[in-house]
Design a protein. Sequence first.
Length: 144
Amino acid sequence: MSKAWIAAVFMGVVLTGCGGDSNVSSGSAEGSSDTTSSYDSGTKSSGESVSSSNDAATGTAKLSWVAPATRVNGEGLAMGELDSYIISYGQDASELSKTIEIDDASTMEYTIDNLGTGEWFFSIQVVDTDGLISAPSDVVSKTI
């Protein structure tokens, strides 16, 4: 396989957990369409089920996603070619200074705890078995 490409970003992120109303932007990187939707709780316009409660003391955000099936160049991407995910997050959309690495590529959701009040922003990248890292996904947000 050519190392000239980078793994496709696949972010169909759903944020659930504690906090108030949230605006969620989700989509994919190059070659795919982006989706932006707002929700209070229930079902987003894309059909994904989401929920949130108003217990702000918990300060959690649950992220879930679907693994990419293709690379940016259109080549197929098997689950066995995925190595890990990197979640970047913070309270400034242009500076996601905190990171979490998920070493199990079969993991498709992660809950981040101990988030303070305010708006939090999240992005995810995939790492393949050759060490290639995708471009960051579109940033999504949640208000705690």
